[in-house]
Design a protein around this ligand. Sequence first.
Ligand code: SAM
Length: 226
Amino acid sequence: MFKFVARGINFLLGKSLQNRHIIVSSSLEYLQRKRDLNKNYFDYIRLATLELISEEIRKKKLTGSVAELGVYKGKFARYINLYFKKRKLYLFDTFEGFDERDVNTEKKEGFSSGSQNFSDTSVESVLSLMPFPNNCIPVKGFFPESAANIKDEFIFVSLDADLYEPIYEGLKFFYPLLVPGGYIFVHDFNNDNYPGARKAVEKFCAEENISFVPIPDSAGSAIICK
Ligand SMILES: C[S@@+](CC[C@H](N)C(=O)[O-])C[C@H]1O[C@@H](n2cnc3c(N)ncnc32)[C@H](O)[C@@H]1O
């Protein structure tokens, strides 16, 4: 039924929706299960890709933890927690916004002004959003210093710290700890407001001689698979 409605919408309004960067499409029907997406979350491709990847990891029976660097209010971390419900989820953030050291590099290299304010959050408010808070390990502080005592293996990592330095440091820290078959999402890869994200991915992947897949989510993520 929905397919016919979607086709009708595309036929009548497709061109004008596309001009607003809105595409109507059926998706993930083959999973044949009820989806659980918050109606306020407006990046369907990012979430659907995360869900599919969690399925692959489950089928391969990979063992390890999951993590996000750059949690802010926990909007995406919530879904990591949901789709990897039995895994330990590390939540890395200053929970006070960007660090001056990263912003200085950002400005010096001409990437961005680093002026966005992400300080209106807290560990408590993030945990209250998580469906399985008991599996969450908040790691508050400046990354990579905050990760000095973390000894674990990872099956999935989301890097969403916007700026060049933490993303590059995140790749250097997590890639060696990623199990074969594991994935790293790097948000903002195709976001012109944060060109340092692309620079960090390109530099790290060239150094390690590894590849990535760019996906068409709203800020253009790159996905690395080991
Ligand atoms: C765009 S927000 C994250 C958005 C979040 N993933 C979501 O889906 O809503 C970027 C976050 O990265 C954090 N961050 C940036 N650099 C960091 C660093 N070096 N150490 C810890 N956190 C950092 C900021 O504090 C901010 O909360």
